[in-house]
Design a protein around this ligand. Structure first.
Ligand code: AMP
Ligand code: GLY
Length: 430
């Protein structure tokens, strides 16, 4: 089996690693990949958004299965492109990927199908005055979002009216997110804990991966600006059996059924970003792909053969399939560059990765790293590495992950020391 993984971050390294552990023999490629994926795959010099180049490569190299990590190629229609050329690929079509590609589309879709989410209004960019008046009418706290993809930076949770107007100005007047700000979505602020539920669907049937929790803000105690994610753990103790049943009944099933009814069945990974509110689970956002860093803690818990699952997904045949998980928990602590997510320097040498990986059940996932010509590993991004560990329970997984963190050094190494604390708190009270 020849498999192509598209993308270059921690999620893609985690995916390559998990595929390499399958019982099935495979030859793996990553485009463009990173020094982590290069350990088990051949990195090829094609960007994730080079749809023509990727399709040509897949055809020439007789790739049996393509898995897409990031949202941009999916929203740009990589699946439509591959399917038209008869090349097997896992993921939603461009139309189905609008669940992530347009927050307005997602909100209106949820309203049509009675899927619980925040109350919202959508404004076109030329309705600035109306949007501004709406902010004044509703008041803070309030959430202001650019409609399109903005690399995770287009959502502003505003605790004051001033901040809300500032967000609106950035999106609509300063065009800080370009065409992603052609529309703006204003939402009620929901309160609660966030949970990530990753679903694999063939359009009609689905299987769930273990629910996980991310840590979005840069600072401990959830302070400071939002990042791509500073750490994660799975399974999430807040999601007990009853809550999971409710999530499936109220959110996952109506979403898949709604997409089917609208003639855009959702095939691929559906990431339901949920807020567990006092009124029950509500959707914060949909993503059309695996989460990052969630993939780093969810994939190591899957005991079933991942290649077979993805193959079933590509064949559109998940009927009667299930995903078995191993006992215990996984945790990931992200090591970032100092200054991330605002401004940071790169090019600092990284040491200690091999020592951390020598610890039992610890793996170091590469996100923003690069090998120099003289084979030194250096930082190249905001999120640099994810130190992931498995343990008998959450506490054990966290201890191991932080032990691994201590071995790794680079100038400006920044991480949160409270990853998983919210999960431990639920275990103590349950
Ligand atoms: P998004 O870009 O929609 O994924 O939002 C990024 C983050 O902003 C989410 O993970 C939440 O932490 C927060 N957020 C977005 N929308 C809301 C909302 N309506 N209420 C509360 N928090 C939100
Ligand atoms: N961890 C959040 C995301 O993948 O969008």
């Amino acid at each position: 089996m020849r498999i192509l993984v598209v993308g270059s971050g921690g999620r893609e390294h985690a995916l390559v690693r998990a595929l390499a552990e399958s019982d099935q023999e495979s030859t793996l490629f990553a485009a463009p990949g990173n020094p982590g994926t290069a350990q088990a795959a051949t990195n090829i010099g094609l960007e994730a958004t080079d749809l023509d180049g990727l399709a040509d490569f897949a055809r020439a190299e007789e790739i049996d299965l393509t898995l897409v990590g990031p949202e941009q190629p999916l929203v740009n229609g990589i699946v439509d492109r591959f399917e038209a050329a008869g090349i097997p690929i896992v993921g939603p079509t461009q139309k189905a990927a609008r669940l992530e590609g347009s927050k307005a589309f997602a909100d209106v879709f949820m309203a049509r199908h009675d899927i619980p989410t925040a109350s919202f209004r959508v404004f076109e960019a030329d309705e600035y005055a109306e949007a501004s008046a709406y902010l004044d009418e509703v008041g803070a706290p309030i959430v202001v979002k650019a409609d399109g993809l903005a690399g995770g930076k287009g959502a502003f949770v505003c605790n004051t009216l001033e901040a809300a107007h500032d967000a609106l100005d950035q999106i609509v007047q300063d065009r800080a997110f370009g065409a992603a700000g052609d529309r703006v979505v204003i939402e009620e602020k929901m309160d609660g804990e966030e949970v990530s539920v990753l679903v694999l669907s063939d359009g009609a049937h689905y299987v769930l991966l273990p629910p996980s929790q991310d840590h979005k803000p840069i600072g401990e105690g959830d302070t400071g600006p939002n990042t791509g994610g500073m750490g994660a753990f799975a399974p999430a103790p807040i999601v007990d059996g009853a809550l999971l049943t409710e999530i499936c009944r109220e959110i996952v099933e109506p979403t898949l059924q709604g997409m089917q009814e609208e003639g855009t069945p959702y095939r691929g990974v559906l990431y339901c970003g949920l807020m567990i509110t006092e009124e029950g689970p509500k959707v914060v956002e949909y993503n059309c792909r695996l989460g990052d860093p969630e993939a780093q803690v969810v994939l190591p818990l899957v005991d079933s053969d991942l290649i077979e699952i993805f193959q079933n997904l590509a064949d559109g045949d998940l009927r009667g399939k299930s995903v078995h998980t191993v006992p215990g928990a996984a945790a990931c602590v992200v090591l970032a560059s100092e200054g991330y997510p605002v401004e940071y320097e790169t090019g600092f040498e990284i040491t200690g990765v091999e020592d951390a990986e020598a610890l039992p059940d610890v793996s170091v996932i590469h996100a923003g790293t690069r090998l120099t010509e003289d084979a030194r590993l250096v930082t190249v991004g905001g999120r640099v590495l994810g130190v992931t560990a498995r343990g008998d329970d959450l506490s054990g997984a966290l201890d191991r992950a932080y032990e691994g963190v201590n071995y790794i050094h680079f100038d400006g190494k920044t991480y949160r020391r409270d990853i998983g604390k919210k999960g431990l708190a639920h275990l103590q009270t349950s």
